[in-house]
Design a protein around this ligand. Sequence first.
Ligand code: AMP
Ligand code: ZN
Length: 468
Amino acid sequence: MKLYNTLTRKIEKFVPYNEEEVKMYTCGPTVYHYAHIGNLRTYIFEDILEKSLEYIGYNVKRVMNITDVGHLTGDGDTGEDKMLKGAARENKTVWEIAEYYTEAFFNDADKLNIRKPLIIEKASDLIEDYIKMIEKLLEDGYAYISNNNVYFDISKIDNYYDLSGKNSEDLIIGAREDVSLDEFKRNPYDFGLWFTVSKFENQAMQWDSPWGRGYPGWHIECSGIAIKHLGEHLDIHCGGVDNIFPHHTNEIAQSEAYLGHEWCKYWLHAEHLNEAAGKMSKSKGEFLTVYLLQEKGYNPLAYRFFCLQSHYRNQLAFSYESLDVAANSYNKLLNRVNQLKNEANGDIDSEQVERYQELFKSGLNNDLNTSTALTILYDVLKDKTLNNNTKLYLIADFDSVLSLDLLKEKEIEISEELLMYIKETITKRNAAKQNKDYVLADKLREELKDKGIIIKDSREGTTYEIVR
Ligand code: AMP
Ligand code: ZN
């Protein structure tokens, strides 16, 4: 498999540290609000990556954190605590907020067929581990205490700028605002490992530590959780591009200082989903959630399909128009597969299966090119030399990675909005038929069919069936 490594800025052949098991870490959600569909694009990419690795034969051990403490609104250790902000917004405790939005995150992920990573660790559950790491970093001279907080001293390492590709000048210009707020740091980009109340007196989550009551910085959580569960050598670490700096940059600095050797070889980052107004963000008032899409009558998997059509390293522009196009194609795809199921025939042709599996793999192996993988799926559907059982076998096989429920019989939840739409369209079509406007009547029937709704006329009236 070849993957683009942010660290080297090259497409590289993937070679795990230990062939027996790929160790993969993905940064989890900050649970102060619902995930927006941009966040979920990143998790869809990570899900596809994990499943692709399995498809080509690896065992994968994947770990993800839940950020329930330490993430501030400014990544440079400034601003408000995101969890406190959520608690104040909803008049709840930070713990209630964390629990509620963690569950909401996994519900949304489930609707998008994003598999739960093998190990999920709440950041607030490993405080002792972070304290031990910070103690060692202090002992070894990588960290210092200032105003009762513990900071990592970035001047003690010489590869701090490797991941972001920036130089210290760029960074200073880029975040002067953040930097000026903390006069207790030695270097502007030093970052907090442990904060005591001297920095944020209203912090709700607090623990005792050798440096006073307080809480860990955001970055140390991911290093602590990854090292605890995946050991000293990590193969893949992922997140969205906004994680490159400072979060992943700081993770590398502290983990390698702590371990005394290179930590993670492959750093993979998904590009953002943008709206017409710019980058999608949770702080922008109303934002797009899976729930909102469902309310508008979309199947969440149509959004997954929409994401898979583009490459994870390209920015993706969201609009309802483009989601509609994807939803239509997705429904058509489901209809075609359904038809095959109704006309299953023939023995599975293992030679053809192997040939198509190789093509599918080569799409995935090419830096996870999901749109090529989808093209191979369409090629299978189109191939007149394949019998239907061979096609169905391949569809099931590809769907172990794509996870679009191509063959799954599913109870369909119908939203009020969709129900209204179906009824109105049937009424319009009946009126068109009465007016002998058969062109319009057929057009309306096709419109419904594209959405996976098949209508039947009988003496009792018009009935409909939702095939997806
Ligand atoms: P957060 O919950 O803010 O910690 O973010 C969860 C994940 O979503 C991180 O991996 C981010 O890098 C990623 N992310 C944030 N914004 C976007 C976006 N607009 N598009 C895609 N991924 C994003
Ligand atoms: Zn992280």
